[in-house]
Design a protein around this ligand. Sequence first.
Ligand SMILES: Nc1ncnc2c1ncn2[C@@H]1O[C@H](COP(=O)(O)OP(=O)(O)OP(=O)(O)O)[C@@H](O)[C@H]1O
Length: 741
Amino acid sequence: MSEIHVIEQSGEEPDGTQNSLGSASVLPFPAKKGKTEPLAPGEARPGEWEAELPDEQPDNDGAVAEGDPVDPPKHEFPPSIAEVIEAKDKARRPVLPDWLTSAQQRAAIAKWAAGHYGQTTAYHLVRTPVYSAKLLAYAPRGAVRWVGATGRWVSDAEGLPVRLAAVRTEDAGEYLKLSRQRDARVKLRSIIATLASVIGLGAALAMWVLAPAWLLTLALIALTGALGWVGAPADRPLIDAAKVKFRHRKLTSDIVTRAFLAAGLTKPDQGIAFPQPIRQDGDGWRVVVDLPYGKTFSDAVKKRDALASGIDVAETQVFLDRDTTSSRRVSMWVANRDPLAVPTGRTPLLGADRVDFWKPFPWGRDERGVEVEISMLWLSLLVGAVPRQGKTFSARTIALAAALDPYVRLYVFDGKASPDWRKFSMVAHRVGFGTVPQGGVDPVMHLVNSLQELKADVEDRYHRLSELPLHVCPEGKLTPTISRDKKYGMPLVLFVVDEVQEYLMHPVHGKTILDLLVFLARVAPAVGVSVMTATQKPDDTACPSVLRDQHQARFALRVGAYQVSETILGAGSYGEGLDASRLLKSHKGVGLLKGMSDDAGIVRTYLADGRDAETILTRAQALRQSEGTLSGDAAGEAPADAALATILDDIAAVIGKGETKIWSETIVDRLADHRPEVYGPWAEMDPKPKAEQLTAALKPYGIGTDQIGRRIDGKTVNKRGIERAHIAKAITERNKKRDAG
Ligand SMILES: Nc1ncnc2c1ncn2[C@@H]1O[C@H](COP(=O)(O)OP(=O)(O)OP(=O)(O)O)[C@@H](O)[C@H]1O
């Protein structure tokens, strides 16, 4: 235990205070300036005390002198068995290299080999005519060379220099021996050459007369090829080297150290440590580095460009991952080529008969080609990017997966009315395109109604789930069984709003839509209703932070600046190494995913183009028809009556007991008090649009302009006022319709 005790303030140094690290004594606080009265022994002034650490004081002899080692002794306690085992476990190297044991690595290598050798073969195949022409041109010279070489062989030309040397030294004995050997050799070789010529000529004649044309052609090609090969000049190779060299580089510790030095992350006298050997990882290299003390992963993230330059690769080839064991440890993957520009291919959904939306489904691949599976359960997702980067396509692949689960209810609204989402009307419970009314349907009003419908449903789900018997709903949460049982009416829901800013900036309904979306994104995921919004304008005006912040998961494709990336991915994402502004234009469908799981990272989404989407949606529609789950707009059912009806019910609720007629202005104001989240914005409108708003909302119920008492700017437009009787009649009719439906 530490002990604090009072010491006497005296003019002398307390014992052991000089370099007294051993006793860890703390000097008394300096006394106040001015004259100090001497103290009686045992007395102390307030605040003048000394803390001693630790309890057990080594005697003064044990005090640490300058230069003494201060590290604790290395093996003070024997390590436990568990520690030894853990250390050994960490140090053990795998028996087989990664690429042999991991199917993904094997696939990456096989892919590389197929690509490399395929390309080399294609390169030479394309150049076959050039090679043929060269062989033909060199063939005559080849023939001459061949005849000459044969002549030299028969005449034993290789022995000539030795014989000439014997002549020069006038060694008669040696010369005679060599001459005899030469005569015997020439005789034998002449016989062989004559025989070979006779047989060769005979075979050639027989072939000329008897062989089929193809065999003759083949033989001629082979002969010309062989002669051409022999006749080719030695300094100019007949076959070009395939000039398709990939810039593969072996990453060595020297290169890595150079890069970290160049990036200013270490100094020559500090260096960096390599806690693990550099190894090949997929189509690249994995290197783990310990920075000098005091440098952090965030420092390395800021220097990514410089690191890439130090390794001499493009910045898109360098990926930094945080290592949870130490903030100075950086795990770096250096790709052999820009992996984000390599398309991932078509979505596997094309080959899927159906999807279980309760389970993760494949959405794309990461930078190393490892498949990324995502789940939309219990969360909302925000997708953001500049136009034409794949925002819609990536969001649509998720909606397509949902479509292939017949028990998922889809709501699809697209603020831009692009063709991308149109085919979802085959399966979606509610759909709306753009903001302009068409065919008697106002998509904005339809969105508001759908949101209100869903809001009521979500509130209801909370009640119903808590009331379900324990054996059905043991944890008070939605389960796959409950969600698929039609009697509970609580299917999983995916609410998609693409180009959400178009709706949020709507002059009349923008605020209502915002409030409802905020509610759903915040509250609904817990009862199986997920919201997915996509926008090209994630700024505060177009897509306020009050909505953005409700999304637990974020996906940012390429954006213009790191600030925008932070806006989409959330504050602090840049410091974690997530910066979507670094993505290139060529990185279509590639984005940074955060919040879907504990890990954040890159996803190269699978591609589903318009035709693929139609194929999948046709299958999804058939699936829903056979399961009897096609509903709402897709089934041709009337629009969200229940939600529209709330206006009738709400008006009925705000008409006082004794009132029979009431001005529209008054109604709107009362409605705003009654349900501010829905009617608040109406009340803030100018008198004219305020009156029009109510008129438009009541029109579907057969309540015409002449039945609505309007007073605009104090001037009465219609004297009758809105009548309780009209509202009551409309409600009766609505109920009749609903019961019949
Ligand atoms: N995963 C992908 N793989 C390859 N190409 C893709 C991928 N996703 C999208 N693209 C390409 O990018 C183009 C733009 O995609 P998309 O329409 O989704 O962009 P957007 O960001 O929604 O654009 P806008 O805001 O203009 O609607 C597509 O036409 C497609 O060719």
